[in-house]
Design a protein around this ligand. Structure first.
Ligand code: AMP
Ligand code: ZN
Length: 670
């Protein structure tokens, strides 16, 4: 087959598979197979650039860079929608259009039906298709002209680049570009890992993403586009509801929550249903849109200067209220980060009473230009903690005092520091600042880290406040007689606590590493680090370069690890934990195990050997089912001692009563 034929064939196949996957949710080939076809097409396009199609499926991954977004006129203006906030408004609107229609058609009696749709909260876009090909995509702009964002829109997987026949020859679609909640969360998680500031809400992130210069970045954002309308010179469909159903088969993504309603009562129940249910959707909606279903009647009703007469938006109660700012307190987290929190006059918001709101950081306070006593707007986004979104400056009382960020740690009075490139201030007194000490130990004991049974957050705070523990290693030195003398500590709880602590010694290395609470080393990062550096010694002797070369570990995380290990106090802490028998290396699970006297025995190899190198010896032992440890602890079962074993190790093995084998004894056993 000639290259040009193969390109056409692959393009068509990939477009079909794309549609099956993203639109119809019914793939017929594996991801692997899909990638293989994509690769083949991409290679062909590189070899024959003149044959490359601007709507090739390979354009999904982006690559094109837009320096300035050109302004372009809309072929058909993009209107906005009139808003309504109550059912009364909706009833009035229906009466208005009935009247208007009956004036023009004196004798006809109208059975009006309405297409009710969700009002997706994103950024609207107009996309032109000619002969089944995507030609251009333009933002709404001022409704008459917008910005050409074609390159970026091509990367959106729910935008078809070529249509599946049959399709009208020439038309524009109207769609909403959104970022799903899951894609938003995922994006923010990734940004957090890299130490970038997180985005505030999906809507702004979606519209911001459309204006990124690098389209491959847009591709990674995983935007979606929901179709809600079609405009063209010719009338293509008879009804809006029909339009929504039929555009799917061309390859457009149309959410299937629309309903055809025949009465005010039906519209009302649609509204009520979605007002309750909207939080269960994977994307945000801010209301519903009610449209006269019949297209001929839409034509008769026409448009005002701003919006169609045949449609109206019903906006849900914005989850935003106003209240008063009473005070600001500063909280210290386990990392020492200082978070400002606003105390508000209690107010009902989204079904719960809100008394506090997060202010994020110093920059946020500056941006809001906040004064004590201000009337503020509070919004409940996806997050649990509401946030202050604005200030009613016109309502500010005279002589109010400006809110400023604290200059010192509210808990210990130490000075604050702000690492370069970060938004947060930190208390510099890492070792002694109580909430940091307590927070670190709580984190260490938490379920996702060491999962220590029998010791809750409150107990940890109590133990720190009573002076029994100051760091995580102190947990392993707790004694029964001290604990039992504390308030609220009975025999069973003390025993449970001690037992939980003891059990935690066998928790795998990655949990220990996560539990240490190194900044930016979360659960996933810890796992990735352990994969590349299976022992703490290896990890802490790696340099910045080696660390940042680990997949998904950026420079920021690498720097954080280096600064942690450069702190002597941390090294001492780790040495103590090691002495107590915590896992400081990954236990290699043997898949093929030979049963031998060494099976599941924890073995330390030390000194020099004449028959093999140390590494050879270790792999021999592993082959026999032994678990190799890098240093001696109370968990060690056996030490294979070569020549010149270090005196301190020797002493330690002896004092712990660990069995030792010389090289010749070992060979004999084999
Ligand atoms: P507004 O921005 O409040 O004037 O509302 C109009 C906007 O709502 C349109 O420009 C669309 O971007 C958006 N929208 C979201 N969902 C729909 C829908 N189902 N039908 C029409 N417009 C919608
Ligand atoms: Zn402090």
């Amino acid at each position: 087959m000639k290259p040009e034929e193969r390109i056409i064939q692959l393009t068509q196949e990939l477009i079909d598979h794309n549609r099956r996957y993203y639109i119809e949710d019914n793939p017929i080939i594996s991801d692997y197979e899909f990638d293989r076809l994509m690769k083949e097409l991409s290679l062909l396009e590189q070899s024959y650039p003149s044959l490359a199609d601007p709507n090739s499926p390979t354009k999904r991954v982006g690559g094109g860079v837009t320096k300035d977004f050109m302004s372009k006129s809309h072929r058909f203006p993009m209107y906005s929608l009139d808003n309504s906030y109550s059912l009364e408004d909706v009833k009035e609107w229906i009466n208005r259009i009935k009247k208007r229609l009956s004036q023009e058609n004196k004798d006809e009696v109208f059975e009006l039906s309405f297409c009710c749709e969700l009002k997706y909260d994103g950024a609207s876009v107009s996309i032109t298709y000619k002969n089944g090909e995507l030609i251009e995509a333009i933002t709404r702009g001022d409704g008459t002209q917008g910005d050409d964002i074609t390159t970026n829109v091509r990367t959106i997987k729910t935008v078809p680049l070529k249509l599946k026949p049959p399709f009208p020859k020439d038309f524009d679609i109207r769609g909403e570009v959104i970022l799903s909640r899951s894609a938003f969360d995922e994006l923010n998680q990734k940004r957090q890992l890299k130490g970038f500031p997180v985005f505030m809400n999906p809507r702004n992130t979606a519209s911001g993403s459309l204006k990124l210069q690098d389209s491959s970045e847009v591709s990674k954002r995983n935007l979606d586009c929901f179709l809600y309308g079609i405009v063209s010179d010719n009338q293509i469909y008879h009804s809006q509801y029909e339009l929504l159903q039929k555009t799917r088969s061309m390859g457009f993504f149309v959410p299937d929550h629309s309903a055809l309603c025949h009465s005010v009562e039906e519209i009302e129940s649609f509204i009520q249903y979605w007002d309750k249910k909207r939080r269960s959707l994977n994307y945000e909606i801010d209301g519903i849109v009610i449209k006269v279903d019949r297209v001929d009647l839409q034509k008769e009703l026409g448009f005002t200067a701003k919006s169609p007469r045949w449609a109206i938006a019903f906006k849900f109660q914005a989850e935003e209220v106003t209240t008063e700012l009473n005070s600001v307190v500063f909280q210290v987290g386990r990392t020492g980060a200082i978070t400002p929190v606003a105390n508000l006059t209690p107010v009902l918001l989204g079904g719960t009473i809100v008394k506090r709101a997060s202010l994020h950081n110093a920059d946020q306070i500056d941006k809001l230009d906040l004064y004590f006593g201000d009337t503020v707007t509070v919004e409940k986004g996806g997050e649990i903690i509401p946030k202050i979104t604005g200030v009613k400056k016109e309502m500010r009382k005279r002589n109010s005092i400006k809110v400023s960020f604290t200059k010192e740690c509210p808990e210990c009075g130490s000075t604050l520091e702000r690492p370069e490139g970060e938004a947060a201030y930190y208390c510099s007194n890492h070792l002694r600042c109580a909430p940091q000490v307590i927070g670190r130990i709580q984190h260490f004991a938490s379920r996702k880290a060491m999962d220590i049974d029998g010791i809750g957050d409150e107990t940890i705070a109590q133990l720190v406040n009573e002076g029994l523990i100051r760091d995580v290693a102190d947990l392993y030195q707790l004694e029964y007689h001290r604990l039992i003398s504390l308030d609220r500590m009975a025999d069973t709880s003390v025993n449970n606590l001690l037992e939980g602590v003891e059990k935690s010694k066998s928790k795998p290395f990655e949990k220990v590493l996560f539990g240490l609470g190194i900044r930016m080393v979360g659960e996933t990062v810890a796992k990735k680090l352990v994969k590349s550096f299976p022992t703490i010694d290896a990890l802490f002797s790696a340099n910045l370069e080696a660390l940042s070369e680990i997949p998904d570990i950026g420079l920021k995380i690498a720097e954080s690890i280096v600064s942690f290990r450069n702190d002597k106090a941390n090294i001492t802490l780790i040495e103590r934990l090691r002495e107590f028998g915590l896992q400081m290396e990954k236990v290699i699970e043997e898949s093929v195990q030979v049963n031998s006297v060494f099976t599941n025995k924890k073995v330390v190899v030390s000194g020099v050997f004449s028959s093999f190198s140390r590494d050879e010896l270790k792999s021999k032992l592993e082959g026999l089912g032994a678990i190799i440890q890098s240093s001696i602890s109370s968990k060690t079962d056996l030490v294979i001692a070569g020549e010149n074993m270090g005196p301190s190790k020797l002493q330690k093995a002896e004092s712990l009563g660990i069995r030792m084998l010389s090289e010749s004894e070992f060979l004999e056993m084999l």
